[in-house]
Ligand binder design. Structure first.
Ligand code: GAR
Length: 206
């Protein structure tokens, strides 16, 4: 059985990418294969993580291409050239247009570091999400994996995991706890779940 071809889109350190790579090695992800990593940031450490294990990488820079549309066209081209079936956004810090999301309808998933619908949408990314959760004073936060559509963080939820907030938490400490206890677990599990579904759909069509 042919595996689902996965592309992971990144912008930063890539700890979620690492969790995906480790899960593939452990056989947690068995119906898919990470075959490409694309970054919109030239020196993202995530690129090194991919290169260390021989995964093909590409860098696409909006500044060089001049517009969001030209940037997205370039990314779409690379994804189509590589016959990618599933796109995983793992710390990818660029909001994608409806043109992009509808090109890959139900084939893009994202990990977000809160329990959606709290602390999500435009402007809520990275550490800012945890700062806002602490400012509000919620006692439970977590992570969400969801499909990506034209509404930022608005697509159908695939998996969520709650994480406790402790007295005296700082944003960086909370971010690490949410990653360790939630993101690095539910992103690989969700990826495998969707790969399985894609294979099933392909079998029905054939
Ligand atoms: C992760 O916490 C991810 O959930 C978040 O950025 C971090 C990237 O870390 N993504 C967003 O906030 C997207 N809205 P990583 O590069 O180490 O995986």
């Amino acid at each position: 059985m042919q595996k689902v071809k996965i592309a992971v889109l990144v912008s930063g350190g890539g700890t979620n990418l690492q969790a995906l790579i480790d899960s593939q090695n452990k056989g947690v992800i068995k119906n898919g294969e990470i075959s490409l990593v694309i970054s919109n940031v030239q020196n993202a450490y995530a690129l090194t993580r991919a290169q260390n294990v021989g995964i093909k990488t590409a860098v696409v820079l909006k500044k060089q291409l001049g517009s969001q549309q030209a940037f997205e066209d370039a990314v779409i081209n690379i994804l189509q050239e590589n016959q990618i079936d599933l796109i995983v956004l793992a710390g990818f810090m660029s909001i994608l247009s409806e043109r992009f999301t509808s090109t890959f309808s139900d084939r893009i998933i994202n990990v977000h570091p809160s329990l959606i619908p709290s602390f999500c949408g435009k402007g809520y990314y990275g550490l800012k999400v945890h700062e806002e959760a602490l400012k509000y004073g919620v006692k439970v936060t977590g992570a969400t994996v969801h499909f990506v559509n034209e509404i930022p963080d608005g697509g159908k939820i695939i998996m969520q995991k709650a994480v406790a907030i402790k007295d005296g938490d700082m944003p960086e400490i909370l971010q690490k706890r949410v990653m360790e206890q939630a993101e690095w677990k539910i992103l690989p599990l969700s990826t495998e779940k969707i790969c399985k579904q894609i294979i099933k759909q392909k079998c029905i069509k054939e």
